[in-house]
Design a protein around this ligand. Sequence first.
Ligand code: CAA
Ligand code: NAI
Length: 246
Amino acid sequence: MRGLEDKVVIITGAASGIGKATALRFAEEGANVVVADFADGTATVKEVTEKGAQAIYVQVNVTDPESVRTMTAKTIEAFGKIDILINNAGITKDAMMKKMTKEVWDAVIDVNLTGVFNCTSAVLPYMLERQAGVVLTASSVVGIYGNLGQTNYAATKWGVIGMTKSWAKEMAKNGLRFNCVAPGFIGTDMVKKIPEQVLQDKILVKVPAGRLGEPEEIAAAFAFLASDDAKFINGTVLSVDGACTL
Ligand code: CAA
Ligand code: NAI
């Protein structure tokens, strides 16, 4: 028996990177997958269905509560329930604090923090009704330890840890679980925006593993935390970072 047989999972930001790898891993574990992204997710859906799983693409802007409500409605229409939400959609808009504008502060808060609030709010009625559900959120090594040029991003990635712990305290008694995964630097489009010199000379030199992580290595952590093997794990943060924080 696979670990997520017949579970229904919504993965935000599943058109690319970590979200796409997670969609494929959940398909291998037997889940039905909702590929929820602002960008076109039909390629992810195709690859998921090639693995024998069911999948739909729903275009969503996580910053817009109405769009998020449509995402949950379409999930219920297609699959009848929501077992797992993975709050994975995220953006960076990096600048040193002395140059950071209110505009880029707001943009990152809107997606990475308010987006997580919006999506979690929208799935809760369905999970509370069944007294079962798992909400996993992408934090980051940057949320826990900070990073040059990432005041806005660090605030959101630390913020989601506080939200996750609060939700676990509120709703563990209702059979719901809430956890974060805190990836280190992973080889996706997001990391490609880092100036090459900074990546090589300032970041990778501090990773004892000596390399970027693979999106699949984060997907594996999400799959474990979503499964019943993690049924007593609630309100925690799992770091998957090649020891870069030691
Ligand atoms: N770590 C260590 N040093 C850094 C750094 C970092 N992340 N980012 C910049 N620096 C250093 C630069 O090497 C440079 O050092 P020197 O003066 O010794 O040359 C100094 O800070 C100033 O940098 P810039 O000249 O590049 O300054 P800028 O104002 O033109 O640009 C910046 C600043 C936009 C922050 C740019 O440097 C940058 O994009 N840095 C990368 C920031 C980063 O690490 N982002 C992570 C994105 S991936 C992600 O966020 C996923 C995740 O969760 C891990
Ligand atoms: P990515 O840039 O490859 O993918 C992010 C996805 O989110 C994209 O498909 C994008 O279209 C979607 N998205 C952005 N704004 C959206 C919105 N408003 N509504 C709906 N979808 C939206 O990024 P990556 O690397 O796969 O990151 C996934 C998550 O993991 C993010 O939350 C990121 O902060 C986090 N993370 C990434 C790390 C890395 O090194 N790549 C490290 C630590 C955390």
